[in-house]
Write a protein that binds this ligand. Structure first.
Ligand code: HEM
Length: 144
């Protein structure tokens, strides 16, 4: 991921600050359209979950240029998601749903360049989440 792409991801996420609930609503609507059965995986309070997701995304985006900080968090997040039964196809649909939500909210600001930057960032997030090492000492997630 280039420095410019990191910058694009940060600045576009900042533009969403006032629309985070809408982004999360659109994301989950699209996810459940693409993967109806994934609805059953969410057993807790969905609005609360949406807030946790957006907080975690913010942390990931803010640290996108700092793998020393970000990697342990993503490993831990990946371990948790494995325990929920999340599979690779879920990650793919979730990524499409995220890009869909960004496209709707950012409108004309969602250029090809922005799309590529987000695609690359999301790919990095899920690749790291999927490749966590086994550890007895997981880090605490900061979104809680
Ligand atoms: C970059 C991608 C993702 C991020 C940043 C993310 C973030 C989070 C966070 C922060 C939590 C809360 C964990 C806690 O309470 O400690 C969570 C829970 C959860 N996530 Fe994700 N997630 C991602 C991808 C996915 C995908 C692809 C799925 C499946 C379609 C998924 C399904 C879930 C479920 C089922 C829970 C538990 C919700 C509940 O307790 O009701 N997540 N996620």
């Amino acid at each position: 991921m280039t420095t410019k792409q990191q910058e694009i991801v940060r600045t576009t996420f900042d533009m969403l600050a006032e629309h985070e609930d809408r982004v999360a609503d659109l994301l989950y609507q699209e996810l459940f359209r693409l993967e109806p059965r994934s609805r059953e995986l969410f057993r807790g309070n969905l609005p609360e979950q949406q807030k946790k997701l957006m907080r975690m995304l913010r942390i990931a985006v803010e640290n996108v240029g700092d793998p020393t900080q970000l990697q342990p968090m993503l490993y831990n997040l990946g371990m948790i998601h494995q325990s929920y039964g999340i599979e690779p196809h879920h990650f793919i649909s979730f990524g499409s749903a995220l890009l869909h939500a960004l496209r709707v909210v950012l409108k004309e600001k969602f250029t090809k360049e922005v799309e590529e930057a987000w695609h690359t960032a999301y790919h990095y997030f899920i690749l790291t989440m999927s490749n966590f090492p086994h550890s007895d000492d997981p880090v605490q997630l900061p979104h809680n």
